[in-house]
Design a protein around this ligand. Structure first.
Ligand code: IMP
Ligand code: MG
Length: 337
């Protein structure tokens, strides 16, 4: 399938980074293009005991033949982008859209100093909300205004559309998660843009008919950072007992957690028109899944859980995360594995 869009089905931190890193190696797309808000997202994954973390570049960094693109809807924090380009040596294969917005220091200050944003919404403090606000007011600087971004500038929509027309594989990377969408999440405890599949495609400049697959990523339990309701939230001590404690990869804040929520999953399938699903961290819910790479080797309880998700949503679970490494995964796409 030439074009797959991947988005989070809950509140972000579903493990999209790992799924994207896997797909980039396994499917070797010619382009990986990032949509979403900006450096408020952190995608972390582990390959051969080395941890990788990106906040600006697509998670496809490990495949050197994949070009790394950032769509016009995404906000750039130039300092973070340059650090990642240098760290992962991607100078030759990184392109950003001329119309990406630019986050400046004053946006970050505004985000951190605003009582409403910091205390009530519980933002990541990365300046994304204030920058998108300036963009709506049509006073935000764009990538084309920044001489040091010149070597990377491109018309990302054209590059992506041309690649799809030539039947090249394109992996579109969403960030955050469905219920952090400005439009469809639990306002005001949301991020500053729509981050459902349609929003991510719009960030990149991709019309709805160009997309073949919409892969929605769930985790085997739900986590949330920042403010806002979380149904069936468990206490911090229960979270520790269950191994659900996680810390935000951008902010280091303790993530709140709850049981897998089928109502949220069904709604996410609709909001994103999911064609396939991934479920990550199955080894956390069912420890005997750890490291398994074949569906037949999963314990019955785990298979039942996957079948319940498929039955309730009507969408196949094609990727199942079973451990920390990018390749600790069950890939059911091309076999009855
Ligand atoms: P902002 O996006 O920094 O404005 O934060 C708004 C809300 O979205 C806060 O609850 C954040 O914790 C949450 N948020 C933003 N980006 C992410 C993410 O990538 N993962 C998880 N939560 C996020
Ligand atoms: Mg994250």
């Amino acid at each position: 399938m030439p074009c797959t869009v991947t988005v989070g089905g809950f509140y972000g931190d579903e493990g999209k980074g790992k799924i994207l890193a896997y797909l980039s190696i396994k499917d070797s797309p010619s382009l990986a293009v990032r949509g979403g808000v900006g450096a408020n997202a952190g995608h972390t994954f582990v390959r051969n005991h080395v941890q990788y973390k990106v906040r600006m570049l697509p998670s496809a960094i490990l495949n050197k033949s994949t070009k790394l693109l950032i769509g016009a809807g995404v906000l750039l924090t130039p300092r973070i982008l340059f650090d990642e380009i240098k760290k992962y040596s991607t100078f030759e294969r990184t392109l950003v859209d001329r119309q990406c917005g630019i986050i400046e220091e004053h946006h970050i200050r505004q985000d951190v100093e605003s009582e409403h944003l910091k205390q009530t919404v519980g933002t990541t403090g990365t300046g994304t909300g204030p920058a998108n606000s300036d963009r709506a007011l049509r006073k935000l600087k764009l990538a084309r205004d920044m001489p040091d971004l010149e070597p990377f500038l491109d018309d990302i929509s054209k590059t992506v559309n041309d690649a799809i027309d030539q039947k090249s594989r394109v992996l579109v990377e969403g960030t955050q998660g469905t219920y952090l969408s400005l439009y469809h999440g639990g306002y005001p405890y949301v991020t500053s843009k729509d981050v459902t599949a349609s929003g991510i495609c719009s960030d990149v400049g991709l019309g709805p008919k160009k997309v073949d697959n919409v892969l929605v990523v769930f985790k085997s339990f739900v986590t949330r950072v920042g403010g806002g309701p979380l149904q069936n939230e468990v206490s911090p001590s229960e979270a520790i007992e269950r191994g659900w404690t996680e810390y935000g990869s951008v902010t280091g804040r303790l993530r709140r957690s709850s049981y897998f929520n089928m109502d949220l999953a069904r709604r996410a399938v609709n909001l994103n028109s999911a064609t396939e699903l991934a479920v990550t961290k199955m080894d956390v819910l069912f420890p005997s899944c750890v490291g398994k790479r074949e569906y037949s080797k999963l314990p019955t309880v785990a298979k039942n859980f996957i079948q319940e998700i498929e039955g309730e949503t009507g969408v196949p679970v094609v990727l199942i995360g079973t451990g920390e490494d990018v390749f600790d995964i069950i890939d059911r796409r091309s076999s009855d594995n």
